[in-house]
Design a protein around this ligand. Structure first.
Ligand code: TRP
Length: 455
C-alpha cells in the first residue's frame, strides 16, 4: 500500500488490481457455469453471443464501474454518494449501491453451495473414488451426493466460514499474494486437462460444438442468458469491481487494466469448455445439456483415467475452491463495507450478520436438489429461481443503471478526467458505446428475453 486518498489506501501499481479483479472474476462462473449454460443452449451460437456481450457490454460497463469506485474512493454505497454529490445528481441514484450488495448476497447464497460441491469432491478425489470410472459411475457418485442434504449443508457451511475468515481480516491483505500464485496454477492445470481432452476426448466434435454458429439453436432467452452471464462472469453490477476500483492508484490506465482482466476471464472460461466438451462427446451417456451437474460428472472421468488422476484431480478441485473463494470474498465485501461504514457495526459483526443471512438463504439451494426438488414455480426450483432472478433480471438491470448513470448523468468531464491516461481515441468510442449501445442492447435483450422466458 502506498498513498492515501479518500478514506482507503491505494494498491501498489496495476498488477495488484489486475490480480484482485481477476480473482473476483474467475470463479465458478467460468469453470462450472459457463460450460453448462453453453451446453444447455446448444453451444456455438450461444458462445459467440456471449463473447459479443463481453466485448460490447461487459467491458464498457466494467470500465464505468471501476471508474466510479476510483472517483468515489469509498465502499460502493459511499462511493456512489460521493460521486453523486460531486456532480449534483439526484440522490436516488444511491439505490444503485444498495441494489448491488443485495444482488451480491443473493448470488453468494447459491455460489457457496456449489463451491461446497467442489469442496466435497476433494476428499472423493483423494481417496480414489473416481479411479477407472465411466460416466455412469460419476453420475451415480454425484447424484448420491446431491441426495445427502446434511453433507451439502456441511460443505456449504465450511465454505461460508472460509469466506468470513478472509473478509473479517480485510480484503487487501493476503489475498493479492495468494492470487498471484494460485491463479497461474489453475491455468496450468487447465492446460493439462486440455491436453488430456485432446488425446482422449473427441476434441474436434467438442470444438465444433462450442464454436460453430448455428443460429437455429439460438433463442431470445438464450441471448438474455448470455448477457446476464457476461455480467456474472466479470463480477459486474454488484459493486464488487467498484470496491476494488477504490483501491486503484490514480495514474493507472483503467482501460488497459479492464481489457486484461476481461481477457483472462474469457480465456479461462473457453479453456474449461474446451476441456469438458470433448469428454462429453467421447462417451455416450453424457448429455451436453446436463445442467449444473456437467462439470462434476465429466472431468472426474478424465481424472479417473489418468495415471496421476488422484493427485491431479484432487489438485484441480482444490484450485476450483480457491477460485470460488476469491470470488465469494468480493461478493460479501460490498455489503460488509456498507454495514461497517454506515451502520456503525464493527467489521466482524457486520460480516457475521451478513454471512449468516446468506448461509440461511443458501439452504434453499441445498434443498432444491433433494427434499424440495419437486417444488417448482414456473418450472423452476428455488435454486433455478434465485439464479434466474439474479443473472437474468437483476444483474442486467443493475448494469443498465450503471451505463445510464455514467453515460448520461455523470458529466463527461469526470469520466474524461478519470480516463485521462487513455489514448485519446479510446475515450470517445467507449463513451459512445456506453451511452447508446449498452442501454439499448441491455434494454432490448432484457425485455425480449424475459418475454420469451415466460411466453
Ligand atoms: N465472477 C465470479 C465468477 O464468475 C462470481 C462473482 C464474483 C460475481 N463477484 C460477483 C458474480 C459479482 C456476480 C456479481 O465465478
Amino acid at each position: 500500500m502506498s498513498s492515501v486518498e479518500g478514506d482507503v489506501p491505494t494498491w501498489r501499481g496495476r498488477w495488484t488490481f489486475i490480480m484482485a479483479a481477476t480473482g473476483s472474476a474467475v470463479g465458478l462462473g467460468n469453470i462450472w457455469k459457463f460450460p453448462y449454460i453453453a451446453g444447455e443452449n446448444g453451444g456455438g451460437a450461444f458462445v459467440l453471443v456471449y463473447l459479443a456481450c463481453i466485448l460490447l457490454v461487459g467491458i464498457p460497463v466494467m470500465v464505468a464501474e471501476v471508474m466510479l469506485g476510483r472517483r468515489g474512493r469509498h465502499s460502493p454505497v459511499n462511493s456512489m454518494r460521493a460521486v453523486i454529490t460531486e456532480v449534483g445528481a439526484r440522490p436516488y441514484w444511491q439505490g444503485l449501491g444498495w441494489l448491488g450488495w443485495l444482488i451480491a448476497v443473493l448470488v453468494l447464497s447459491f455460489y457457496s453451495v456449489i463451491a461446497g460441491w467442489a469442496l466435497a469432491y476433494i476428499p472423493e478425489m483423494a481417496t480414489g473414488a473416481f479411479q477407472g470410472v465411466n460416466p455412469q459411475a460419476t453420475k451415480d457418485i454425484f447424484d448420491t451426493m446431491l441426495q445427502d442434504r446434511n453433507r451439502l449443508i456441511l460443505w456449504h457451511t465450511v465454505f461460508m466460514v472460509m469466506t468470513v475468515v478472509v473478509v473479517t481480516a480485510g480484503v487487501t491483505r493476503g489475498l493479492g499474494a495468494a492470487a498471484r500464485v494460485l491463479m497461474p496454477a489453475l491455468f496450468v492445470l487447465l492446460i493439462i486437462l486440455l491436453i488430456f481432452s485432446y488425446w482422449h476426448g473427441d476434441f474436434s466434435r467438442g470444438l465444433s460444438f462450442l464454436f460453430s454458429f448455428d443460429v437455429s439453436k439460438l433463442t431470445l432467452r438464450g441471448v438474455l442468458e448470455a448477457l446476464g452471464h457476461a455480467f456474472f462472469t466479470l463480477s459486474l453490477g454488484v459493486g464488487a469491481i467498484m470496491a476494488y476500483g477504490a483501491y486503484m492508484p490514480a495514474d493507472v490506465s483503467i482501460g488497459k487494466t479492464v481489457l486484461t482482466v476481461a481477457l483472462l476471464d474469457t480465456v479461462v472460461a473457453l479453456m474449461a469448455g474446451m476441456a469438458i466438451f470433448p469428454i462429453v462427446f467421447a462417451h455416450g451417456g453424457i448429455d451436453p445439456g446436463a445442467g449444473p451437474a456437467l462439470l462434476f460428472v465429466t472431468l472426474p472421468v478424465a481424472f479417473g483415467a489418468m495415471q496421476a488422476g488422484i493427485l491431479i484431480g484432487g489438485l484441480f478441485f482444490i484450485l476450483v475452491v480457491i477460485a470460488a473463494w476469491s470470488s465469494a470474498i468480493s461478493l460479501l465485501e460490498p455489503g460488509v463495507a456498507w454495514l461497517a461504514e454506515n451502520k456503525g457495526f464493527n467489521r466482524f459483526t457486520a460480516t457475521l450478520l451478513l454471512a449468516t443471512a446468506t448461509w440461511a438463504l443458501g439452504l434453499g439451494t441445498v434443498l432444491s436438489f433433494n427434499d424440495w426438488a419437486g417444488y417448482k414455480v414456473a418450472g423452476m426450483t428455488f435454486f433455478d429461481g434465485i439464479d434466474f432472478l439474479t443473472s437474468r433480471v437483476l444483474l442486467p438491470l443493475s448494469g443498465l443503471l450503471i451505463a445510464l448513470f455514467v453515460g448520461w448523468v455523470l458529466t463527461p468531464t469526470v469520466s474524461k478526467d478519470e480516463l485521462n491516461g487513455e489514448q485519446s481515441a479510446a475515450w470517445p468510442v467507449w463513451y459512445w458505446v456506453l451511452r447508446y449501445i449498452c442501454p439499448a442492447a441491455i434494454g432490448v435483450v432484457l425485455v425480449m428475453g424475459l418475454y420469451d422466458s415466460f411466453a
